[in-house]
Write a protein that binds this ligand. Structure first.
Ligand SMILES: [Zn+2]
Length: 83
């Protein structure tokens, strides 16, 4: 008994899943500030206040996924090459 699934490398499935994720939502939440766009800090009274803008995402709270960035770069190269 042979399974057709075992013929497909798991790496390919993961890569496809990641590509689909990048296509569906090119932006992910910034891991540094968890999508808030700023640092969260406590003041003297123990209240949570808004700190400085996150340096990693410039206060957007969103980070473009590496896969999407590569895709954008590939499209750009392709466009430049075929002109
Ligand atoms: Zn951030």
């Amino acid at each position: 008994m042979s399974s057709a699934l075992s013929a497909i490398p798991a790496v390919l499935i993961v890569a496809l899943g990641y590509a689909a994720l990048c296509a569906a939502s090119p932006f992910g939440n910034c891991r540094k500030c968890r999508g808030f766009g700023f640092k969260v800090k406590k003041n003297r009274h123990g209240r949570i206040t808004r700190g400085r803008d996150c340096r990693r995402c410039d206060g957007h709270g969103k980070r473009i996924r590496v896969g999407r960035h590569l895709y954008n770069a590939a499209v750009r190269v392709h466009r430049d090459g075929t002109r």
